[in-house]
Ligand binder design. Structure first.
Ligand code: PMP
Length: 456
């Protein structure tokens, strides 16, 4: 048998051939990133056997934790029984059962599931459905999309076009003709003299003004993450979701709730739109936690009301076509993942432990470099701030990476985003493990404070 490549060889193969998502590859190639050899529960292990808490839970997705043998068995059984059948012409058992499950979990009349390969393709499907609907209704001008600064919806052409992170918009061609961005909703950015309630009024007004300026007859959809996750875990002010939803309804603008991160228990519910934010969107998109990341899968769940508007003389006209829509093995993985989440009462566990997680998170503002610590459910973010007037911006921008390194040295992975670090651990995290995560994070922040000659 051939020897497996050494860690050094693996690093070399990776550096020379593997293009990693959203990375400056020159910077990536400048040092050896962590080689993950194994994973169990909430932990990752490197090639030396060193153990790390997986703070980001993969990429906000490993809800049930790693190493669940039942997942391996369900996946293997489906591969052996029937690994693939064309979704264009066939019904499959895992696909049909999963579609029914998602329709049951989704609020109101969101009963129609189009399976995709991940979050980006779910968002693309949602936006294409909006286009299709309005073309079919004979109002082809009603297709502009309202999105938000700092929103992230994916990396396919249309999904990237509605993503409002400033990164790379100068290097790619985006579909800017169709998209209008609303200003940042982050309450942390409000002026000192403004209350959160006033901030909420201002953000709702941003939407109203955009509609007045562009004309409701030209706007097809508003796309919004319940919590803007990749943009820095931005939790809009209380009441914002419902008020913006009502405005969209009043103007016949479809509301697309992108629950790729917030779905499947992250906020203690299958979906957060209705359970947490009291809205019943026209479309929900989801992915990630749907399979706990064991296999790729996404879904775009469309309301009956919208489907009816895409039906002509009893014939449903909308479709979209992916070879791997409802891939039987991915659907089997999702079904087992859901079975584990239900059997082990994981959503109730999240609702139970989240207040403590958020309390530990909030305490981090005691460190002088932490300007804000925010989150919801089992998602958190710390944002560093060195001076209010922005005079130390350059130093501030390094802090995410500095905290990340200090955490890594102590056995915790976080995800640095410029001056922020975000984390969304596996949902099965215990109270003791929550303590471990925040103890390490606190120590790491303390060492970074010392580097800036600041002490709590
Ligand atoms: N929507 C949201 C809210 C996301 O966070 C992401 C990924 N981080 C996506 C869409 C895109 O999902 P994917 O990477 O699976 O295409």
């Amino acid at each position: 048998m051939q020897n497996s490549p050494s860690p050094e060889e693996l690093h070399a193969f990776d550096r020379e051939h593997f293009l990693h998502p959203w990375h400056d590859m020159n910077a990536w190639r400048g040092y050896d990133n962590m080689l993950v050899e194994a994973a169990q529960g909430i932990y990752l292990y490197d090639e030396t056997g060193r153990k790390f808490i997986d703070g980001p839970g993969g990429m906000w997705c490993v809800q049930i934790g790693y190493g669940q043998a039942e997942m391996a068995e369900a996946i293997a059984a489906q591969v052996l029984k029937m690994p693939y059948a064309s979704p264009f012409t066939n019904v499959t058992q895992p696909g049909a059962i999963l579609a029914k499950k998602l329709a049951d979990f989704a609020p109101g009349d969101l009963n129609n599931v189009f399976f995709t390969t991940g979050g980006s393709t779910a968002v693309d499907t949602a936006l294409r459905a909006m286009q299709f609907m309005n073309n079919s209704l004979g109002r082809p001008e009603k297709k502009m999309i309202l999105a938000r600064e700092k929103g992230y919806h994916g990396s396919t052409y249309l999904a990237a076009s509605v993503s409002g992170k400033e990164r790379d918009v100068t290097k790619f061609d985006m579909e800017s003709r169709l998209v209008h961005f609303l200003p940042n909703v982050n309450p942390y950015l409000r002026p000192d003299e403004m209350s959160v309630a006033q901030w909420c009024d201002a953000k709702v007004q941003d939407l109203e003004e955009a509609i007045a300026q562009l004309g409701a007859e030209n706007i097809g959809a508003f796309i919004a993450e319940p919590i803007l996750s990749s943009g820095g875990v931005i939790v809009p002010p209380e009441g914002y979701h419902k008020r913006t939803f009502d405005i969209c309804r009043a103007h016949d603008i479809l509301y697309i709730s992108d629950e790729v991160v917030t779905g499947f228990g992250r906020l203690g519910h299958w979906f957060s739109s209705q359970a947490v934010f009291d809205i019943e969107p026209d479309i929900i998109t989801c992915a990630k936690g749907l399979t706990s990341g064991y296999l790729p899968l996404g879904a775009c769940i469309i309301s009956d009301r919208m489907m009816e508007r895409m039906t002509h003389r009893g014939e449903v006209l909308f479709s979209n076509g992916y070879t791997y829509s409802g891939h039987p093995v991915s659907c089997a993985a999702a079904l087992k993942n859901i079975e584990i989440l239900e059997r082990d009462n994981v959503l109730a566990h999240v609702r139970d432990i989240a207040p403590y997680f958020q309390e530990r998170l909030a305490r981090l503002t005691r460190y002088p470099i932490i300007g804000d610590a925010r989150g919801a459910g089992l998602i958190g973010c710390i944002e560093a701030r060195l001076s209010k007037d922005g005079s130390r911006l350059e130093d501030e921008r390094k802090i995410g990476a500095m905290i990340d390194q200090a955490c890594h040295d102590r056995g915790l992975i976080v995800r640095p985003l410029i001056n922020m670090c975000v984390f969304s651990p596996p949902l099965v995290i215990s109270r003791t493990q929550v303590n471990d995560l925040f103890d390490i994070l606190g120590q790491a922040i303390e060492t970074v404070c010392e580097k800036f000659d600041l002490t709590p």
